[in-house]
Design a protein around this ligand. Structure first.
Ligand SMILES: [Zn+2]
Length: 246
């Protein structure tokens, strides 16, 4: 129901207006979810339940966060200590998190998206980033690398622009075994079939991504989370997150 209404809003309205209407629509929608059984770490509100999407992910009725965003928010708060000269860079930022980080860090928080239609500070090409070496202290790169054909070059660039002792939080979808890549898979249709999304170019394995990140110089630590039993935060699926240090 929620997804259908959202599609209709996006279809009938121009993007800027649709985004504003979506926020209002979600506020109204969240009224039907009042209660105390679940909690969103980002908007810090309780609800009777989350909105369950077709793939089983649980969406916050108020801020629209997915489980991986709510977990990321906890990690940012755990890991991130932005001091005087520090600057943070967020690739393909999630709206619900961006709004909070902008308020918190103002000019010290930079956003970037390759898509020039998005409202980010920069539109960096991750394989050739227009930033000086050792610019950023903390970076977030969630669900980006699986879209990049030359991912090794992207990782080298991430390493280059990170300050020594700086950290980057990385996540992609994963599979068991080895990384799956296939040079013959080029069309949207084939990518959907082989990689699970029509703009993905591979499926990483945890071990495979770890080795690639280490090969460009990162010290990689894994955070692995089991599914939560009482579903208070809506963390129903297992999750693996990479914390990489220079
Ligand atoms: Zn929320």
């Amino acid at each position: 129901m929620y997804q259908k209404l959202k599609i209709i809003i996006k279809f009938i309205l121009p993007q800027g207006i649709a985004n504003r209407v979506e926020n209002l629509f979600r506020k109204l929608y969240s009224l039907f979810y009042s209660g105390n059984k679940v909690y969103c770490t980002i908007c810090q509100k309780h609800f009777s339940k989350f909105i369950v999407l077709e793939n089983g992910d649980q969406l916050c009725p108020a801020c629209g966060s997915l489980p991986r965003h709510r977990r990321l928010w906890l990690i940012i708060n755990e890991e991130n200590k932005i001091n005087n000269d520090d600057v943070m860079l967020h690739f393909s930022p999630e709206k619900c998190i961006t709004q909070k980080l902008k308020k918190l860090y103002e000019e010290k928080y930079h956003t970037t998206d390759y898509d020039t239609k998005t409202n980010t500070k920069f539109h960096f090409d991750i394989t050739n980033i227009a930033a000086k070496e050792a610019t950023y202290t903390y970076m977030i790169c969630y669900h980006v690398l699986e879209h990049i054909e030359n991912d090794m070059q992207a990782m080298k660039e991430l390493y280059r622009i990170l300050k020594p002792q700086g950290k980057i939080v990385i996540q992609t979808p994963f599979k068991e075994g080895a990384i799956y890549e296939n040079a013959e898979v080029k069309t949207k249709q084939d990518r959907l079939k082989h990689f699970g999304q029509d703009d993905h170019v591979r499926i990483y394995s945890v071990d495979g991504l770890k080795k690639r990140l280490e090969s460009v110089g990162f010290n990689v630590a894994l955070k692995q989370y089991e599914n939560e039993k009482n579903n208070f935060y809506g963390f129903k699926k297992q999750e693996t997150i990479f914390i990489c240090e220079k």
